[in-house]
Design a protein. Structure first.
Length: 132
């Protein structure tokens, strides 16, 4: 099985990768790799992400590959603020993940804070008001 793991958290740098959800994700994968040599794990990163932030044991594991999303040239934080761009980027990311042949996709909640993502404002209405 080809398992994709959302590693877009690398876009925010070492301040989050080495603690909290980033640390948890790396520790979780390290533990899984200790007992599973059969499945392939694909770390899905943004283009330009610092791959050196991925634990060395994960980078060299024979059943781990790293792929960079080419549509994420802007890895700024916080994510884009306008919903049209955010939705377009999310669709592009989903299409790219599909093209990777991923059978199972794992995302951690913190991934929503990196590009592509939803708009930073949660107070905006994302649906049209009814006129009736």
């Amino acid at each position: 099985m080809r398992i994709g793991i959302d590693y877009r958290i690398l876009a925010v740098g070492s301040r989050l990768v080495n603690r909290g959800m980033g640390r948890y994700t790396q520790q979780q994968l390290r533990a899984v790799l200790e007992v599973d040599a059969e499945n392939e794990y694909v770390l899905l990163c943004n283009a330009g992400a610092d791959r050196s932030l991925i634990e060395p044991a994960l980078r060299v594991a024979p059943n781990v590959t790293i792929r960079s999303f080419p549509g994420a040239a802007d890895v700024s934080y916080p994510a884009v603020a306008d919903r049209t761009t955010a939705l377009r980027r999310a669709e592009e990311y989903q299409d790219w993940v599909d093209a990777q042949g991923i059978d199972l996709y794992h995302a951690t909640p913190r991934s929503c804070c990196t590009s592509p993502s939803w708009p930073a404002s949660t107070s905006a209405r994302w649906w049209p008001r009814s006129t009736t």
